[in-house]
Ligand binder design. Structure first.
Ligand code: AR6
Length: 172
């Protein structure tokens, strides 16, 4: 089941929530800043351990940590591509983010997962294009795997909410 809501992702009680991080895994602005602020230092500590072990996280990849003080069980940190006019494989990399987060959720037996609109803030990925990639990739993975029962797209700004609402309406 796919759901769309307009909310702050730090408030969502899903098994896993996704963070739109950067390759350093050390936090930043936007949803990343909100998750680290609300989740507390346990998240940053695990991110620092992952950084020490594997040197951060590549664009399109994902890693998992505790959710600290958040109502979720896990935070899955993924690094979206910075939009470069479509010249740097951004569409494939964004699809990889969604795919890798879902795979990590399945490995951790998370049945519900909440996504922010990865790359559509500071990284300037065009929102309509990003939403279509997000929806298509999630549908493709849900159609070929078992385990995930609910995917929630958590939109923060009105524009993204309207785009996702329209996309969901168009589903068969
Ligand atoms: N809950 C849900 N969505 C949110 C929240 C929130 N609390 N806050 C913002 N958004 P962005 P990016 C939406 O910029 O483009 C960070 O500094 C926002 O409206 O958070 O992937 C990282 O460290 C937008 O639609 O992430 C990286 O350096 C979406 O989340 C860089 O930003 C993504 O916006 C990543 O940039």
């Amino acid at each position: 089941m796919i759901e769309i809501i307009q909310d702050d992702i730090t408030k969502i009680k899903a098994d896993a929530i996704v963070n739109a991080a950067n390759t350093s895994l050390l936090g930043g602005g936007g949803v990343d800043g909100a998750i680290h602020r609300a989740g507390g230092k346990a998240i940053l500590e695990e991110c620092m351990n992952i950084r020490a072990a594997q040197g951060g996280c590549e664009v399109g990849e994902a890693v998992v940590t505790t959710a600290g003080n958040l109502p979720a069980k896990y935070v899955i940190h993924t690094v979206g591509p910075v939009w470069n006019n479509g010249k740097s494989n951004e569409e494939q990399l964004l699809a990889s983010c969604y795919r890798n987060c879902l795979m990590l959720a399945i490995v951790h037996k998370a049945k519900t997962i909440a996504f922010p609109n990865i790359s559509t803030g500071i990284y300037r990925f065009p929102k309509k294009k990003a939403a279509k990639i997000a929806m298509d990739t999630v549908l493709e993975v849900l159609g070929t795997t078992n385990g995930i029962q609910r995917v929630i797209f958590v939109c923060f700004d009105d524009e993204n909410y309207d785009i996702y609402d329209e996309l969901l309406d168009q589903l068969p």
